[in-house]
Ligand binder design. Structure first.
Ligand code: NCD
Ligand code: ZN
Ligand code: ZN
Length: 427
């Protein structure tokens, strides 16, 4: 055995003081006592699976003034995330086999964490879905207009879902119904307008459309960033092949608190009322929701500072997601079981990767957490190129050490490796 890591391990749904045996980057054994060439004893510190973020926008290629694979993946690493899945709304949009190959090559040379990629399904490339499925980890479909999106005709949802099923890959949806958005559209001057002019009913209609079109059991369908109680209510009785995600910003922020006319908190779908926020947070707590996803969507302060109506929608979040919720787990506002399920287990299952569990056969990706290390989130300490966070001054617990494939990529809050260590997580 190359390495043994000892500590208070989260394993099979609970904590126990035990050893993880690692060979060639994989977990090979978990036992009370193990011997290996190297032995690291973290005593009573928590050892948790590293997080898997199924939803990031790393802006590379095309908008590298906002983020690139180096800065985005460094932010992920410091946030305890060992694998990210990047969305196709880059420039060019990731919609052809060549676009995906190019993105893989570029990301491989820059990334600190493992990664997967989605191919965008558009009205034009439906015939290529099978080919695209062989090389990407899944598909993304936008049903409403958002930042640089690839709007898709809702009449073709069933066809797209069936084709993705044949390709054997999940389809993720941005659910806001475009017709409904157009009906409500008006000039916006603050966050409250943004919520009213992109109301929960648009999300509800769109989710309904998807649910009606995915009755075939073979395709995994995932509804991204559910933001309203209307949407949540609909998904409570979803079929087994459908999952959904919630973001930290929708479950922790509300419009009443952050109502200013600054475009900083402008995001699609919008941050809504305290009631929506509470319902979403409770669904994380009680097990209704499947995954937490950051929807890390960085824009620069300069871009956000434009007139509200012109400001781009999206907030960063890949670095702060796990640390925010670790603090909430410490305060017993959410259980560790639920936290690990939404942050690690379920996103790993959705993307069908051997990550997100401390279990034999899985990648040796985990984080070491000292619960005494409460800090306040400060923009200047974060690693995204965008340089700000919607969670400024929020309490959080960042991982002290991060392992990927059994290698310490962060130790005592310092990066230990060079860019380009991250691997494409196969398709
Ligand atoms: C995202 C972006 O900026 O790429 N913006 C957002 O408001 N969430 C796109 C998206 O996920 O809708
Ligand atoms: Zn979206
Ligand atoms: Zn997104």
């Amino acid at each position: 055995m190359d390495l043994v890591v000892e500590g208070k391990i989260f394993h099979k749904g609970m904590f126990e003081n035990a050893c993880i045996g690692i060979s060639e980057g994989k977990i090979v054994e978990i036992k009370k006592i193990l011997k290996g060439e190297e032995h690291l004893d973290f005593k009573n510190k928590l050892i948790l699976p590293a997080g898997v973020d199924a939803h990031v926008h790393f802006r590379d290629p095309g908008m590298m003034h906002k983020e690139d694979w180096k800065t985005g993946s460094l932010a992920a690493a410091f946030g305890g995330i060992s694998c990210v899945f990047d969305m196709p709304n880059t420039i060019p949009q990731t919609t052809t086999v060549q676009d995906i190959k190019d993105k893989i090559a570029s990301a491989k040379s820059k990334s600190y964490v493992d990664f997967g990629l989605y191919a965008g399904i558009t009205n034009e490339n439906l015939n290529d879905v099978e080919k695209l499925g062989k090389i990407s980890n899944g598909f993304k479909i936008y049903l409403g207009n958002t930042t640089l999106s690839l709007l898709f005709d809702k009449k073709k949802i069933r066809e797209a879902v069936d084709l993705a099923g044949i390709a054997g890959k999940p389809v993720l949806f941005h659910c806001e119904d475009e017709e409904c958005l157009i009906q409500h559209k008006s000039r916006e001057t603050n966050l409250f307008d943004h919520m009213r002019f992109r109301p929960g009913i648009c999300e509800e209609i769109s989710i309904k459309n998807v649910l009606q079109s995915c009755s075939g059991p073979s395709t995994k369908v995932h509804i991204c960033h559910v933001s309203s109680c209307e949407g949540l209510e609909l998904l409570k009785n979803r079929p087994g092949n459908v999952s959904f995600g919630i973001t930290p910003h929708h479950s922790l922020l509300n419009v009443e608190k952050n109502m200013g006319s600054s475009g900083l908190f402008k995001v699609n779908p919008p941050i809504r009322t305290g009631f929506d926020k509470e319902s979403l947070f409770n669904s994380i707590k009680n097990g209704t929701v499947d995954i937490l996803e950051s929807d890390h969507a960085p824009h620069t302060l300069e871009e956000k500072d434009k007139d509200f109506d012109e400001a781009p929608a999206g907030v960063p979040g890949v670095e702060t997601m796990y640390p925010l919720f670790l603090f909430l787990a410490k305060k017993e506002l959410i259980s560790y079981q639920r936290l690990i399920s939404v942050m690690c287990n379920k996103p790993g299952d959705l993307l069908n990767i051997p990550k997100g569990r401390i279990m034999q056969g899985y990648d040796a990706d985990f984080i070491v957490v000292d619960l005494k290390d409460e800090t306040k989130i400060k923009s200047e300490n974060l690693h995204s190129k965008c340089g700000w966070t919607p969670f400024e001054d929020w309490p959080a617990i960042f991982p002290q050490t991060v392992f990927i494939h059994g290698e310490k990529i962060i130790q005592d809050y310092e990066i230990q490796v060079k860019k380009g260590i991250g691997e494409f997580i196969g398709a």
